[in-house]
Design a protein. Structure first.
Ligand code: B12
Length: 286
C-alpha cells in the first residue's frame, strides 16, 4: 500500500473530477505531490486519502484506489447494528468496506470505535450466552475488526520524528486486543505516534518501551474480568516503574471501572476513545 501513487489523471478518475481540477489543486498547494525523474506529478495514496477526508469529497471509483473497494452506500450512516450484522455473518470484505468507508468519509477513528465498533461488540458479547456458535462468531469478529482497523492504519498520513509519542497496551493477564488497538489508532488518527504493545503486557515491558520511546503518555486498556486488587497491583507496579519518566498514565476500558479514583491520584481514568484523544491534546498542549 505504501508504494502506491497516482497520476493526476488517475486521481481525477477516482474522485470523479477533471484532471485539470486536480492539477489546479496541486498548484494551489491543496494536494502535495512528488515528481518523477521525468517531472511528472505523483500523488501518494495516503495524501489522496488525507485530501478526500479533509474536503469531504466522495470517492466514485473506489476500485481504482487499490485498497479493497470501499462502500458506495452512504458510509456516514454506518451504524452499530449494521456492523453487528456484518460481523455476525463473518463478512470480512464488507466489514472492511464499512469501516474504511466510514474513515474515508471523514469520521474519526475515535468516533467509529465509540459509536459503531464498541456497541456492535456489546451486542456480539451477548451471543455466547445463548448459543455455542457465539464463541466462534466472537473470535472471528475480533479478527475481522482488527483487519479493518489495520487497513485504516495503512492509509493514514505518516508522522515524522517530531510527533509526540504514546505507548500502551493491555495489562498482564488481559487477552483483549481490540481496546488497545482502537486506542492506538485513535491516537494515530489524532496526529500522534502510537507504540502499541498488545494484549497481556507485563509492567516491565511497559517500562522498557517507555525507556526506549520516551512517550508523553502511557495508556492501559483493561477489559479482562480480573479482581480489583489484581488490577490495582498492576497499576501500582507500573506507576512505580515509571515514577522517573515524564509520562502520564491513562487507564481506560471496561475493567477500569473497578479501580477506585481515590487510590489512583495522579493517574487519569477515562471511558472512551474521544475522551482519550481530547485528554491527550491537553497533555501535549500543556
Ligand atoms: C471479544 C470478547 C472476548 C474475546 C477477546 C478476544 C481478543 N483477542 O481480543 C475473548 C473470546 C477472549 C473473550 C473472553 C472472555 N469474555 Co469476553 N467479550 C468480548 C466482547 C464481545 C468484546 C470486547 C471488545 O473487544 N470490545 C471492543 C472495544 C473497542 O470496546 P469496549 O471494550 O467496550 O471499549 C470501550 C470503552 O471501554 C473504552 N476503552 C476501552 N479500552 C480503553 C482504553 C483507554 C486508555 C481508554 C481511555 C478507553 C478505553 O473505549 C471503548 C468505547 O469506544 C465483550 C462484549 C462487550 N460488552 O464488550 C465480551 C465481554 C467483555 N466478555 C465477557 C466474558 C464473561 C468473557 C469470558 C469470562 C467468557 C468465558 N466464559 O470464557 C472470557 C474471559 C477472558 C478473560 N481472561 O478476561 C463479558 C464480561 C461480563 C462482565 N463484565 O461482567 C462480556 C461483557 C460479554 C458479556 N456480555 O457477557 N471475550
Amino acid at each position: 500500500v505504501d508504494a502506491s501513487t497516482f497520476s493526476p489523471k488517475e486521481a481525477a478518475e477516482i474522485i470523479g473530477v477533471s484532471e485539470s481540477s486536480i492539477k489546479r489543486w496541486v498548484d494551489a498547494g491543496h494536494i502535495t505531490v512528488h515528481r518523477t525523474k521525468g517531472g511528472h506529478r505523483r500523488i501518494a495514496l495516503r495524501e489522496l486519502v488525507r485530501f478526500v477526508r479533509a474536503e469531504s469529497i466522495p470517492i466514485v471509483r473506489p476500485d481504482l484506489l487499490g485498497i479493497e473497494a470501499v462502500s458506495r452506500t452512504e458510509p456516514r450512516e454506518l451504524t452499530d447494528s449494521m456492523l453487528f450484522s456484518l460481523l455476525a455473518q463473518g463478512n470480512g470484505p464488507s466489514v472492511r468496506r464499512a469501516l474504511v468507508g466510514g474513515y474515508l468519509a471523514g469520521r474519526s477513528v475515535a468516533d467509529l470505535v465509540d459509536d459503531v465498533v464498541a456497541p456492535a461488540f456489546e451486542k456480539l458479547g451477548t451471543l455466547w450466552t445463548h448459543d455455542d456458535d457465539g464463541v466462534f462468531i466472537e473470535h472471528r469478529a475480533v479478527t475481522l475488526c482488527m483487519e479493518a482497523l489495520h487497513q485504516i492504519g495503512l492509509i493514514m498520513p505518516e508522522r515524522n520524528g517530531q510527533t509526540p509519542v504514546m505507548v500502551g497496551g493491555a495489562p498482564s493477564g488481559d487477552p483483549y486486543i481490540l481496546p488497545t488497538l482502537a486506542a492506538a489508532l485513535s491516537l494515530r488518527d489524532a496526529g500522534y505516534l502510537a507504540v502499541q504493545l498488545g494484549a497481556d503486557t507485563p509492567p516491565t515491558a511497559f517500562a522498557h518501551a517507555v525507556n526506549e520511546h520516551r512517550p508523553r503518555m502511557v495508556w492501559v486498556a483493561m477489559t479482562s474480568l480480573q479482581r480489583a486488587s489484581t488490577l490495582q497491583r498492576f497499576i501500582d507496579e507500573l506507576a512505580d516503574l515509571l515514577s522517573d519518566a515524564p509520562a502520564e498514565i491513562v487507564v481506560g476500558g471496561q475493567a477500569s471501572r473497578r479501580l477506585s479514583h481515590h487510590q489512583n491520584a495522579g493517574i487519569t481514568i477515562l471511558s472512551s476513545m474521544r475522551e482519550l484523544v481530547f485528554h491527550v491534546r491537553e497533555v501535549v498542549a500543556s
